[in-house]
Design a protein around this ligand. Sequence first.
Ligand code: CP
Ligand code: NVA
Length: 303
Amino acid sequence: MTRHFLTVSDLSRDELFGVLDRAAELKELRGTPAHPQPLAGKSIAIVFEKASTRTRLSFEVGIHELGAQPVTLISKDTQLGRGEPIEDTARMLSRYVHGAVYRTFGHERLQTLAKCASIPVVNGLSDKFHPVQLLADLMTIRQSFGPSLDGARVAWVGDGNNMAHSWIVSAAVAGFDLVLACPPEYQPDEQVVADAKAKGANVEVVERPEEALEGATVVTTDVWASMGQEAEHFEREQAFAGFIVDDASMKRASDEAIFLHCLPAHRGEEVSASVIDGPQSRVWDEAENRLHTQKALLEWLVT
Ligand code: CP
Ligand code: NVA
């Protein structure tokens, strides 16, 4: 059966930790003659319906390093962008390439692509989830605190968006504690929270950042207006007043706490320059880890 990676719960706990372990190995092997090329002779399509810098770079470079050829399609230049059905795009991609990464709006578009494709499909971000980012984030936590994620206490401060949902799903799979502080109108999807809790996740949603930050070992946030929500920027800026992660926020967290952000960031909005550019920030390791984790994921999924 073809496996896909549309959300972190598409991996079991063992599979998730297997991918993270392999990512650490691939990081060490990078640039050495011992680096494997398990996808030699293959091609992977990367299809974008939204902008990207990191996802495009890390997948293109990673696919190349695994021995395969990346083929990037920007939707507006394709027939998909002119209304060709996703179902037909899936059937066509399956005849040419050995896997596809897809960044889109509605999560159901990814589900349709995966349903109609006979090749593995990877979610490169949807309005609901951004699971490849979480692989990198979890690798970064392990680099700071060791391989077990059990002791991690993650504070999410900001929008209940695709990244927040991905943290929630990951808490259920990986077993860390998670508290999300989100303004009342911008809470995460109740079903996503309920599903994670039903799987035993220790997840709590609160309305005040202070409640989430107390004792946190990981502090993380994201933009207040995601791609597609640009028109809501002003109204969101008002709603998120008080949700900036700044030095005072980091003081409430554990002394050893690290700061993560999927990037791109807006200094002075969701995070202060002093935090994102400060000693507790791990955002550049986090960005680098996109490369290692996605290589490990593709090696596992596509071969
Ligand atoms: N974090 C992330 O996915 O970045 P891009 O939007 O630049 O791909
Ligand atoms: N929540 C952001 C993440 C960008 C990587 C967005 O969807 O735009």
